[in-house]
Write a new protein. Structure first.
Length: 263
């Protein structure tokens, strides 16, 4: 299985890279949605933190973890390559009276010393590690942490609706899986703890058009033929209940949270 995932990545079949323009455009909708799922609560329950510790949240998004984490630690450095994501973090800090989060515009491939990221007690990469050649980034994260490192990655097809994806002609299981990352950590000499957390996804829409718009994020570079297939799938499967449209199955996914304690 390890060789299979590596071959998929080599052939360019891994989860498509989302660039800065994509995340700038999706920053508000993604952040609004992510903050209302149980993901952050489940993740934070796994963390063993001290109030005098500092935390690095790499590729922090709109503060899904940083905002609820702020009251629990001394200081957080939130890094993201999307200026719009960081603006949302800063806005939420103002709204909640949070003064211990510093934001830095940067990405995995940058020189972290030049960015001024520095060293922290804990380093986090939540749903943000690239699948392609992730080991250099894991090493950067590990070097930035004095005590603990936490990462989370998808299980199976992750948040993708596998039935819909298959109907549209794409293979949801070619995005990689947490097993790839676990083997990668093992090869690096890291014996990580692993816990799977469940996340439910929105499954109720006022109109078919709203339902269609809510699927677009899954199809990076959606073609016109794929859009027609997605529309057909929704027409065939959406059912009317309590004045809303919904799919007749639960939309859930699992994330693998892996962490290790620095010796």
């Amino acid at each position: 299985m390890k060789g299979e995932f590596r071959q998929q990545i080599k052939e360019g079949q891994a989860m498509p890279h989302r660039d800065r323009e994509y995340w700038d455009g999706r920053a508000q909708s993604f952040s609004n949605y992510a903050i209302h799922t149980p993901y952050s609560e489940s993740f934070l329950k796994l963390m063993d933190l001290r109030p005098d510790w500092t935390v690095l949240d790499m590729a922090c998004g709109g503060g899904t973890l940083a905002i609820p984490l702020a009251p629990k630690v001394k200081r957080i450095t939130a890094v993201d390559f999307s200026r719009n994501m960081l603006s949302i973090v800063e806005q939420r800090c103002r709204e909640h009276g949070i003064a211990n989060i510093d934001t830095i515009l940067g990405q995995w491939a940058d020189d972290w010393d030049s960015l001024g990221i520095g060293e922290h007690d804990v380093a986090i990469a939540s749903r943000s590690l690239p699948f392609e050649d992730a080991s250099p980034y894991i090493k950067k994260l590990d070097r930035a942490a004095r005590r603990q490192v936490y990462i989370s990655v998808p299980v199976g097809s992750g948040p993708i609706d596998a039935a819909l994806y298959t109907f549209a002609g794409r293979d949801p299981y070619r995005s990689g899986d947490y097993i790839h990352f676990y083997h990668l950590l093992y090869d690096m000499g890291i014996r990580a703890n692993v816990v799977l957390i469940k996340e439910a996804h929105r499954n109720r829409w006022k109109t078919h058009e709203e339902a269609l718009e809510d699927q677009r994020w899954m199809f990076h570079g959606m073609t016109s033929s794929e859009e027609e297939l997605v529309q057909r799938y929704l027409r065939q499967h959406l059912i009317r209940r309590e004045d809303v449209w919904q799919l007749p199955y639960e939309r859930t996914c699992y994330w693998a949270v892996m962490w290790w304690i620095k010796e």
